[in-house]
Design a protein. Structure first.
Lengths: 149, 464
């Protein structure tokens, strides 16, 4: 669920609609507006790597621009796909391994830009995934039983 | 229907179908952001204003984020002596607009090579504002420079002189001057409807917590080297500064007297500008007190309080201002104009904005509410509660609010005004001369506190 929601949140944004305020029967000339904001999920909102981090990664010589672009594109869908796969028991070992790699890649990025608290936070995720990999043989609901991945 | 037929083709199992359709769906999701990005339109080249940035630190980011929704701008060049910041500014532009601005370390080099620049945004430390603005104006560029104009009044005057001599536009970043909430409050509520009655006092504050006032630190490896910092004036050869001291001066230039004006100028300039704008001119004197009471190793006072005396057409008025770097409680930052009929407490943040009608003495504001000039707000606390002494306490004032808001970044209207002026569609809301007329009294607050005396502000102190 954590991975699915992380992926879904990458499509989250705020939709703000503002309308000019009427004063004394006419639209005010100052530009005063009334606004309402709601949280929305749309494809147009998609940012795989959060904007602030993306800018820092662009300036990072060890991360090539093309690699960052691809990573930005696949991160959200990868979270969702792996999260769903894990939840329904699809290729569980492979899924856990891929998810471990994904979180490790996030950790490497944060190490490069000195985001130490984020690194510690992701380490907890990786430890949990490693623990699940050890226990995967007890998984009773794997869909890919015959050709275990 | 076709999907059903394919799913029954020989050799395609239910498992295969599940995998393939998942991959196809993922591919669609992966491709969607690129497809959507490609839909965005572009401005005709003839309407484009080519913009360069000198200074790519924190304030650059604030200003840039306020510019990205203004159409017709092309970000041509970025310049900062810190390579990491140049890279970040370059990345911000590239990731948002998809093209590559030129990168520079030296501003003079940028102005020399970028012949097609129309406008320059100066967001460097205060002691560099005047040199960067003057060199940009002399290179034939229009300039938007952050406030405070300079760390010295002589520097600020050189900017006005360069603006006059070159005939180029020079807007100073007192962004409240273009904020519709402030303009509406002054023109409609104070001047036209006179809801405050006679304004006799003003009161403003910027209260900032210790946690927000601590030294800025970054890993030393990404900072410019000692030679570069000395070359760009963060220390002088005779000062015998260690590498660490020089780096601290670079990152925390606001703490040093030869690099900035301190909190009264960093934070106070915005709000003291509002005093002078709303009162229609500069004060006639200033008295102040300040001290390094908490941050004992800092050159500038960490807390300052001052009182300005004004002569207004209606009579005398006083304005009290405090800037605290050790406490945030008390409402962040706001300016109050307190009159016989009402008080307007206004801030860039609408949450800090309140309007109060004096109960008992002021005329009813009901007609103004009905016509939409004001909105009723939640009532203030009652004066006759058990902790009030009825014979001493005034009746609780009625609370009101502005009828609308600014629903875009606070700097955006001021930047939009600058670019509209370049296109000949508007007049600058705060050019260098107007800004200096308003900023000049601020340069005398620290001296008044240091000398512990009233400074009578004359033409000699205030001239532009």
């Amino acid at each position: 669920m954590r991975a699915i929601l992380s992926g879904v949140e990458k499509y989250a944004g705020t939709s703000t609609s503002s309308s000019p305020v009427s004063i004394d029967g006419a639209v005010n000339s100052y530009g005063l507006t009334d606004a309402t904001s709601v949280k929305v999920y749309t494809l147009a909102n998609y940012h795989g790597v959060p904007k602030a981090l993306y800018d820092k990664f662009l300036a990072e010589p060890l991360i090539p621009d093309w690699g960052l672009k691809i990573y930005d594109l696949i991160l959200g869908p990868a979270f969702i796909a792996l999260g769903i796969a894990l939840l329904i028991g699809f290729a569980t070992r492979f899924t856990l391994f891929a998810m471990g790699l994904l979180y490790t890649s996030l950790t490497v990025g944060l190490i490069l830009i000195n985001e130490s608290s984020g690194v510690a936070w992701l380490a907890i995720h990786i430890a949990l995934i490693a623990l699940m990999l050890f226990q995967v043989k007890h998984n009773k609901i794997e869909l890919t039983g015959k050709w275990k991945l | 229907m076709e999907t059903v037929i394919h799913s029954h083709e020989p050799g395609l199992t239910r498992r295969d179908f599940l995998i393939k359709s998942t991959l196809a769906g993922a591919g669609l999701v992966l491709g969607a952001p690129s497809i959507l990005k490609a839909v965005g339109g572009a401005e005709a080249p003839s309407n484009m204003i080519n913009v360069g940035f000198i200074g790519c630190g924190k304030q650059h980011e604030v200003v840039f984020n306020a510019m990205v929704n203004i159409p017709g701008l092309r970000y041509t060049a970025v310049c900062d002596i810190m390579k990491d910041r140049v890279g970040a500014a370059y990345g911000r532009i590239r990731s948002r607009f998809g093209y590559d601005p030129k990168r520079y370390i030296d501003a003079a080099d940028m102005l020399e090579k970028e012949k097609d620049l129309h406008a320059v945004i100066v967001t460097t430390p205060d002691f560099w504002h005047a040199p960067h603005t003057v060199m940009s104006l002399q290179a034939g560029k229009h300039v938007y420079c952050e406030k405070m104009m300079s760390n010295s009044i002589e520097g600020a005057r050189s900017m006005v002189k360069a603006m006059d001599e070159t005939g180029k536009l020079c807007q100073i970043g007192h962004q409240r001057r273009s904020n519709p909430r402030y303009i509406y409050t002054l023109k409609e509520l104070i001047q036209r409807h006179k809801i405050c009655g006679r304004i006799i006092n003003a009161n403003a504050h910027w209260n900032r917590a210790v946690s927000s006032s601590r030294d800025i630190t970054v890993p030393a490896k990404i900072l410019p080297d000692k030679g570069t910092l000395l070359k760009y004036g963060f220390g002088r050869e005779g000062q015998n500064l260690t590498d660490e001291e020089l780096q601290r001066r670079f990152l925390n230039w606001r703490l040093y007297k030869d690099l900035s004006g301190g909190p009264i100028s960093d934070l106070g300039a915005h709000q003291i500008d509002i005093f002078n704008w709303f009162f229609g001119g500069p004060p006639k004197s200033v008295i102040a007190s300040g001290g390094c009471d908490y941050f004992k190793d800092r050159e500038h006072f960490d807390n300052v309080m001052c009182i300005f005396d004004y002569d207004t057409p209606e009579g005398g008025a006083r304005a009290f201002y405090q800037v605290l770097t050790t406490t945030s409680a008390g409402g962040g930052y706001a300016e109050s104009f307190m009159g016989t009929d009402g008080t307007i407490e206004i801030s860039e943040r609408s949450a800090y904005t309140k309007i109060y009608r004096e109960s008992g003495s002021a005329p009813s504001w009901e007609p103004l509410v009905q016509q939409g000039w004001l909105k009723k707000a939640a009532a203030a606390g009652p004066a006759d509660s058990s902790d009030a002494i009825a014979s001493y306490a005034s009746a609780a004032p009625e609370a009101f609010a502005l009828p609308g808001d600014l629903n875009e970044p606070p700097h955006q209207p001021h930047l939009a005004n600058f670019f509209a002026a370049i296109r000949g569609e508007a007049k600058l809301n705060c050019d260098a001369r107007e800004a200096l007329e308003s900023e000049a009294p601020i340069y005398w607050v620290n001296p008044a506190a240091e000398r512990n005396e009233i400074i009578k502000l004359t033409e000699e102190h205030l001239h532009t």
